[in-house]
Design a protein around this ligand. Structure first.
Ligand code: C5P
Length: 222
């Protein structure tokens, strides 16, 4: 093995991807954004005009799609079937539909399988909802990141303003709560803390403080 498997799970906008990227950089591990994979399938579903309740058609889409990542300037670039969708998958239409697509069994099976292949040799930091519970149940390091919903909405709001998106704060908070509810209440591998995960509440911590805490958990296991 070329390093550990590090699983970082938690609710929407808890800061998972921000800290996962920094932790990966520090240990020279590969960062895998599994949410982007669910978002990619959701993007393709919407673009093809497929209804979100057409489970059969979405199963075909997930079987016949090629998702890939490339390093980018700030964020990792995301592609589906060669088309760049880095920005498209962060738009409201995808964000509001992704939990429905992520609840479909065939979608979860296909993407979890891909994620297991990517992580097989270790040296990976993977963020998502079910990494420590389902995708990598034997991961050496499991982190569960939480933060108050008010703080998470605030963070998303600031990020949005920088991108020129002006969704009101209260609307963002409702969106986050709705998505967490759906992700925590679906039948297959719902969002839940693994028994052996280390929980970190990031509400009043800086990014560096969270990264340091995770780094010390990793260092203990090396
Ligand atoms: O992490 P992000 O907010 O980009 O994830 C988008 C959505 O993808 C989540 O709200 C959830 O529905 C789904 N997801 C999932 N399992 C994962 C990662 C993401 O169901 N491991």
């Amino acid at each position: 093995k070329n390093g550990l498997q590090v699983a970082i799970d938690g609710p929407a906008s808890a800061g998972k991807s921000t800290v996962a990227k920094l932790v990966a950089k520090q240990f020279k591990y590969v960062y895998v954004d599994t949410g982007a994979m669910y978002r990619a399938i959701t993007y393709k579903t919407i673009k093809s005009g497929t209804s979100l309740d057409n489970v059969e058609a979405i199963s075909e889409i997930v079987k016949n799609s090629e998702i890939s990542f490339q390093p980018g300037e700030a964020d990792q670039r995301v592609f589906i079937d060669g088309e760049e969708i880095t920005e498209a998958i962060r738009q409201e239409d995808v964000t509001n539909s992704v939990s429905a697509v992520a609840a479909i069994q065939s979608v979860r099976e296909e993407l979890s399988n891909d994620q297991q292949v990517i992580a097989a040799d270790g040296g990976v930091v993977m963020d998502g909802r079910d990494i420590g519970t389902t995708v990598l149940p034997d991961a050496e390091v499991k982190i569960f990141l939480i933060a108050s919903v008010e703080e998470r909405a605030q963070r998303r709001y600031k990020e949005n303003i920088e991108k020129g998106i002006n969704t009101p704060l209260d609307e963002l908070q409702l969106e986050i709560e709705a998505r967490d509810y759906k992700d925590s209440h679906r039948k297959i591998s719902p969002l839940t803390k693994a028994d052996d995960a280390v929980e970190i509440d990031t509400t009043s911590l800086s990014i560096d403080e969270v990264v340091d805490k995770i780094a010390s958990v990793i260092t203990e296991k090396l």
